[in-house]
Design a protein around this ligand. Structure first.
Ligand SMILES: NC(=O)C1=CN([C@@H]2O[C@H](COP(=O)(O)OP(=O)(O)OC[C@H]3O[C@@H](n4cnc5c(N)ncnc54)[C@H](O)[C@@H]3O)[C@@H](O)[C@H]2O)C=CC1
Ligand SMILES: O=C(CO)COP(=O)(O)O
Length: 316
């Protein structure tokens, strides 16, 4: 079965490098030409050559693969599918984004199903920096799919010698693991950027993980899912590395500096969505609430810190 990847950003290009024999679609014809002539995505993955088997196009009509990976940012997924969904109706769609749609309050598989109710949909998520995948470093990800047979087929199709997929049928849990860790990564970045120290970062990660579990369980995730690659695994990666855009964005917030608005920072919109979701579920998610307020510019970093430290003492 053939594979296509829609979205030639950092992650889409990295997956193309790892899988090798795929069609890579980008929306901008000029970008497609540049990728084709240089055989490199110089803007996103400089120094990583595109394998010979990767064919580039900006014409969705040329994308005939049965398995289609959607590697475009979360908040763009619904508009993209509304425009192009008809062309993808009978494919196996694998969402690769991490986040919660600000309007529908659901993750990327939920969005696919809301726009294309008959589509076969799955999720590829977990701890992986595009650069690591593209360079062939060993990586393990979660392939989540409610349909066991389809999940097994996709696991086989998308695993390589160095990219190892673990299957899971808890799509909601896997979606939330990937979405929520970005919010906590922003908090971790704020902590380091503001000079609050590594002990404070560890505390935020652990308390943030407790919040992630609370929301995931309340929305129907399986209790163990967030302890896996999508959730704890991705939390460790993203909260601990300057390579993470969510972490770097948080660090800039913590230092009171501006951050490049063209950079994809999924946790910013997701924090706002999740803060609303938590309120509607009657859940206490103080770290997420503070991140959402910081992102929206409603409070300062010292105010966020004071609010978190003034909370009543409680059981763990
Ligand atoms: N970069 C990474 O290390 C990883 C990224 N991801 C996830 O993958 C998703 C994409 O991230 P990146 O590729 O890193 O972002 P990116 O900013 O590098 O690329 C995004 C791509 O989406 C395209 N795009 C944006 N809006 C579009 C639209 N309306 N229609 C068509 N194409 C559109 C852009 O042209 C660009 O090529 C995010 O949800 C991210 O969380 C997941 C794992 C690792
Ligand atoms: O999701 C990622 C790692 O698993 C990439 O993290 P950033 O989007 O924060 O760069």
């Amino acid at each position: 079965m053939s594979v296509a990847i829609l979205g030639a950003g950092a992650f889409g290009t990295a997956l193309a490098c790892a899988l090798g024999d795929v069609t890579l679609w980008c929306r901008d014809p000029a970008q497609a030409e540049a990728l084709q002539s240089k055989r490199e995505n110089a803007a996103k993955l400089p120094g990583v050559p595109l394998p010979e088997g990767v064919s580039i196009t900006s014409d969705l009509g040329q994308v005939s693969a049965e398995t289609v990976l959607l590697a475009i940012p979360m908040q763009q997924t619904r508009p993209f599918l509304k425009t192009h969904g008809a062309a993808l109706r009978d494919r196996q769609l694998v969402a690769c984004s991490k986040g919660v749609d600000l309007e529908l309050m659901i993750g990327p598989v939920g969005v696919i199903q809301s726009v294309l109710p008959d589509a076969q949909a799955a999720l590829l998520t977990g701890p992986s920096f595009a650069d690591d995948i593209a360079r062939g470093l060993p990586t393990a990800l979660t392939l989540a799919c409610a349909d066991r047979a389809l999940g097994m087929a996709l696991q086989e199709q998308l695993s390589t010698s160095h990219l190892r997929l673990y299957r899971n049928d808890d799509v909601i849990g896997a979606e939330l693991g990937g979405a929520l860790k970005n919010v906590i990564a922003i908090a971790a970045g704020v902590t380091i950027g503001a000079g609050l120290g590594e002990s404070a970062r560890a505390a935020l990660m652990a308390r943030g993980y407790a919040e992630m579990q609370r929301l995931a369980l309340s929305l129907g995730a399986q209790p163990d899912t967030l302890a896996g690659l999508s959730g704890l695994g991705d939390l460790i990666l993203t909260c601990g590395s300057e390579k993470s855009r969510n972490f770097r964005y948080g660090a800039a917030l913590g230092r009171g500096e501006a951050f490049d608005s063209a950079t994809t920072v999924e946790g910013a919109a997701t924090a706002r969505a999740v803060a609303k979701l938590a309120k509607s579920q009657g859940l206490d998610m103080p770290v997420t609430r503070m991140v959402a307020a910081l992102v929206e510019g409603l409070i300062t970093m010292p105010e966020a810190l004071a609010a978190l430290l003034a909370r009543p003492l409680t059981d763990e």
